[in-house]
Ligand binder design. Structure first.
Ligand code: M6R
Length: 589
């Protein structure tokens, strides 16, 4: 079990734990730390038993501590559960269960699972039925596995919007959220579908549809993949895997913890002046956030590059200043330095991050977790789109709090938010071949020029950063309206100009800028609406994208840039996962 667990460490590594059943007794060992160190200290591989669950954690709810580590147990100490995903209704379930005298020890969403199952078992149901009934109460995403000392030969598992695979062995069966954990033991696998529950014993398994209770057959597939390929879910690089994960990560970003978003919105509302501070990609998300906050909540904010925060605004900060720091890692030195300075001047510090337990979460009065899961590629991809989606939800909440939005507008925007993961799925399904072709055209170029207007300036900036950091082709990006004030002088025949031109209120102006560039012989690439025939005619190369709310366009429109950056790197023989001179988390000033 420890070897399999180690294989999953690339997905989460802040704490780990194992539970087994031996002689009818549930044994649990867990703590914060890396697997090998914990195994040495706690002896995971010495736990006896024929059935067990194990987990290595990437925290989403609650800091990486011993109590928050999985497995989680019920009050009786008979049930143990491990879980990946985000449970949306855990606070409501926790309250119901606390009212029924269940005692919780962690801050995780997962802990409701064993307690809820315990509650269903009290009604006299057998383990399998109680498990399915318990699953029907869960809202959100999950891949989970449960054992109970009342049924020592059984392993229960289920999936919804998170991967879970059965490994079929000779005299054993197992489940894992990733093939990598199974490949050393078996190559025969059953891929569970969303809404499946599985009941496993060492000799066999049954799959039940959670909603209908029907038993279904799923084929056993022979998988010939190396562990290395499986870690990347069959993709050649982590970056590509992470780009393709976005429909799911965005679904999880729609499941922000409501209480914390409310608190963050309330604290933002109290500020006389609001700064959105980030570095690199996170700064680009701040820029998108400032447009969203201005349009939705009618509030002006300053998006600031973290390293320039003190030089530019340090002199004017005070107790009425609010700083919302956006940082995937929560550890970027430029961001933390800006926050320390702001904290000393009594500013309110808020955070949006992907990393529970990071320094940002510790210094923030309130923070929201974006739920993107670990990002291994040095280039930020899925974490950018999640940041933009999280900021849009914060903007909506603030708009509501400030009474700046009508009910119908709020409902419409909520529907637009909900649509985003499907739109991204469509983009990923459709634009791959076009982007590959574009990469072939652009690979020999000496430099690229990106332009956009309104919120699309953030998309153009993010496109510039992605392409530049991965392909090493120098890129410049400007607000399109600014290009005529100087940058246009670099245009000569054949220079590639990439326009981000969604069907928003700036489309006409973009059209004018495109004409200006074409008149000077530029090679014009347009990212625009799939149905925009006029732009299609004008462009030398057109990438058509599905329609979303104008304030959400940085999400689908960033994706062709991510793919372009990836393909340019591959074409140039570079490693897209590890661009030179860069680190995933920049902890120096
Ligand atoms: O962890 P953070 O979001 O604070 O990181 C900020 C930047 O260092 C990061 O976005 C960097 O620019 C990436 N290389 C972008 O792909």
């Amino acid at each position: 079990m420890v070897r399999s667990l180690r294989r999953l460490e690339y997905r989460g590594y802040d704490s780990a734990g194992v539970a087994t059943i031996h002689d009818g007794v549930l044994l649990v060992e867990k703590d914060a730390g890396r697997i090998d160190e914990l195994n040495r200290r706690l002896g995971f591989d010495k736990l006896l038993g024929d059935v067990g669950v194990a987990h290595t954690r990437w925290a989403t709810h609650g800091a990486p501590t011993k109590v928050n580590a999985h497995p989680h147990t019920d009050c009786s100490g008979k049930i143990a559960a491990v879980h990946n995903g985000v449970l949306e209704n855990f606070l409501q379930l926790k309250k119901e269960l606390t009212d029924l005298n269940h005692v919780f020890s962690s801050k995780t969403d997962t802990e409701v699972i064993p307690h809820l199952l315990e509650e269903f078992l009290k009604t006299g149901e057998n383990l399998e039925t109680a498990f399915v009934k318990m699953l029907r109460r869960l809202e959100g995403s999950y891949a989970l596995a449960v054992i109970s000392s009342t049924n020592p030969g059984t392993l229960l598992a289920a999936r919804k919007e998170a991967p879970l695979i059965i490994g079929v062995g000779m005299g054993f069966n197992m489940v894992a959220s990733d093939m990598t954990a199974l490949l050393d033991l078996t190559k025969e696998m059953v891929f569970l579908h969303d809404g499946d529950a599985a009941i496993l014993t060492k000799d066999g398994f049954r799959i039940i549809r959670v909603e209908s209770g029907q038993i279904v057959d799923r084929p056993v597939k022979h998988v010939e993949l190396s562990v290395e390929m499986a870690e990347k879910q069959g993709h050649p690089h982590f970056m590509l895997k992470e780009i393709f994960e976005q429909p799911q990560t965005l679904r999880d970003t729609l499941r922000l913890q409501r209480d914390y978003v409310d608190l963050l919105a309330e604290l933002l509302d109290k500020g006389r002046v609001i700064f959105l501070v980030g570095a690199g990609t996170s700064y680009n998300a701040c820029l998108a956030g400032s447009y969203q906050l201005s349009h939705m909540a009618r509030i002006s904010t300053y998006p600031v590059i973290a390293s320039e925060f003190i030089p530019n605004y340090g002199g004017s900060l005070g107790a009425d200043s609010v700083v919302l720091a956006v940082s995937q890692s929560g550890e970027t030195a430029d961001v933390l330095n800006a926050l320390e300075f702001a904290r000393m001047r009594a500013c309110t510090i808020l955070g949006l991050t992907n990393t529970v337990g990071s320094t940002l979460t510790r210094v923030s009065r309130a923070y929201v977790l974006q739920n993107s899961g670990p990002e291994i590629g040095v280039a930020a991809t899925k974490t950018f789109t999640s940041q933009v989606l999280a900021l849009a939800q914060i903007a909506l909440r603030l708009a509501r709090l400030r009474g700046k939005i009508a009910q119908f507008e709020m409902d419409e925007f909520k529907a637009e938010l909900a649509k985003v993961p499907r739109v991204v799925e469509e983009v990923l399904a459709r634009c791959g071949p076009d982007v590959q072709e574009l990469a072939q055209i652009l690979a020999p170029k000496n430099f690229l020029f990106m332009l956009g207007r309104g919120v699309s300036v953030s998309t153009a900036y993010e496109g510039r950063l992605k392409v530049m950091e991965l392909s090493y082709i120098p890129c410049i990006a400007y607000p399109a309206g600014e290009s005529k004030h100087g940058p246009i002088s670099v245009i000569e025949p054949g220079v590639p100009v990439l326009f981000v031109a969604p069907p928003d209120e700036y489309r006409k102006l973009n059209l004018g800028s495109i004409m200006e560039m074409k008149a000077r012989g530029a090679y014009v690439v347009v990212l625009g609406d799939a149905a925009d025939e006029e732009l299609k005619q004008l462009a030398d190369f057109y990438i058509g994208l599905p329609r979303v709310h104008p304030l959400l366009t940085p999400i689908p429109y960033a994706i062709p840039f991510q793919l372009l950056a990836y393909h340019l790197a591959v074409l140039k023989g570079l490693d897209p996962d590890k661009p030179r001179n860069l680190a995933k988390s920049v902890t120096v000033l």
